[in-house]
Ligand binder design. Structure first.
Ligand code: ZN
Length: 119
């Protein structure tokens, strides 16, 4: 596996996610767009805040997964499923570069048991 290419891809993704999360949280603080004095306008702004909050939240969740993948890459465990310890399918890593689970664990087949316990 070309770990350098994977790492570059993850780092690029991390930058995108950081940018997205910080843009959304800057908008949430209304740095460039102060809350309106008009009530109807405020309602619209608050609805928009809910959307921004969701964007920021999902960007941060994915960011954590990407950072976890970079740590696993650095420690040589990138292709190892964190649940069952088997290799993660290469095509799955291609599709979901930050995943830490093989396909069957991700689909819930063996994910019910305690982490790290096999068999
Ligand atoms: Zn697994």
């Amino acid at each position: 596996m070309d770990t350098k290419a994977v790492r570059d891809r993850l780092l690029k993704r991390r930058d995108e996610l950081r940018q997205r999360a910080s843009d959304a949280s800057a908008d949430l603080r209304h740095e460039a767009d102060p809350l309106s004095a008009d009530f109807a306008e405020q309602v619209t702004q608050r609805e928009n805040d809910d959307v921004l909050g969701a964007i920021s939240h999902s960007a941060q969740e994915e960011l954590q997964q990407v950072e976890g993948a970079l740590r696993r890459l650095a420690s040589g465990r990138y292709t190892t499923c964190s649940v069952c310890g088997e290799d993660i399918e290469p095509e799955r890593l291609e599709a979901v570069p930050y995943t830490d689970r093989c396909r069957s664990c991700a689909e819930g087949g063996r994910a019910a048991g305690p982490r790290g316990v096999r068999g």
